[in-house]
Ligand binder design. Structure first.
Ligand code: BTN
Length: 262
């Protein structure tokens, strides 16, 4: 997308979601990257704005990985003004996003599908990853801060070269229109984030997340940036970090990593 086209992008109010706005483009490099650029320009005015794209040519995943982004799936990024937000609320945003997607999928999928959350922020359908979440923090010169929450939801297809099982929403079930998927997602995000100023927001999210999590109490392997740990997925701490119980009964609290179930 050219800089001129990006600058001229107009966001419209989202039907039935007061205070939320959206814009759609057919092709983009990365919705997260462009929302970061737009935030640098428009600042806090971009709060509660969604940008969706029909396809991404440079979709970004966690840990500098690529996110395969062909037409047919949902690519969406939302800007949340977090200036002055309490640290606990900020820290729990990845889990809050996963929880909102879980809620959205409950409204979209048949009852026969099992939906679960995988730490830190994957959503699984029948044990396979259907969606990716990428949160990126931006600060501009007057200290206005935003988190760009990027969500890639496999609707029509999924990549077949992933190191984990992957799936998509339409697999073996009724077709789901992209605008239906986005309406469910944006509504669940608005509902989940509506409590963000409450002092118990982080605790509420953590408890709701844990109740839907796969693998708590089970043996797991955690791939860290600098190695690997095995142990029991003991719990989440108050900030949503993973507490791993090791063989010698000590615990390690982990902020970032990829987990694999035994
Ligand atoms: C992951 O690695 O699991 C996270 C993938 C996040 C992909 C989404 S798609 C919309 C937004 N734009 C991007 O470039 N990435 C995120």
């Amino acid at each position: 997308m050219t800089t001129d086209a990006l600058c001229a992008l107009t966001f419209e109010p989202l039907p039935a979601l007061a205070g939320w706005y959206g814009a759609h483009v057919e092709t983009i490099g990365s919705t997260n990257r462009e929302m970061g650029t737009l935030f640098a320009e428009r600042g806090a005015a971009l709060d509660q704005h969604w940008l969706t794209a029909g396809e991404q040519t440079e979709g970004r995943g966690r840990r500098d990985r690529k996110w395969s982004s062909p037409p047919g799936n949902l690519y969406a990024s939302m800007c949340l003004d977090v200036s002055g937000m309490r640290t606990e609320a900020l820290g729990i945003l990845p889990l809050a996003t996963g929880l909102a997607i879980h809620k959205a999928l409950e409204t979209l999928l048949p009852y026969s599908k099992s939906i679960a959350l995988k730490w830190p922020n994957d959503v699984l359908i029948d044990g396979a990853k259907c969606c990716g979440i990428l949160l990126e923090r931006h600060v501009i010169k007057d200290a206005t801060a935003a988190i760009i929450i990027g969500i890639g939801l496999n609707v029509k297809s999924h990549p077949d070269d992933t190191p984990y099982p992957a799936t998509h929403l339409d697999a073996g079930g009724p077709k789901i229109a992209l605008n239906t998927a986005f309406a469910a997602l944006s509504s669940a995000m608005a509902e989940t984030l509506s409590g963000i100023d409450r002092p118990d927001f982080a605790a509420m999210i953590r408890d709701a997340w844990r109740a839907r999590a796969k693998g708590v109490g089970d043996a797991i392997t955690v791939n860290l940036a600098n190695g690997q740990l095995r142990g029991i997925f003991h719990d989440l701490d108050a900030g949503g970090r993973l507490v791993l119980r090791l063989d010698d009964n000590t615990t390690r609290t982990i902020s970032a990593g990829d987990i694999f179930f035994a």
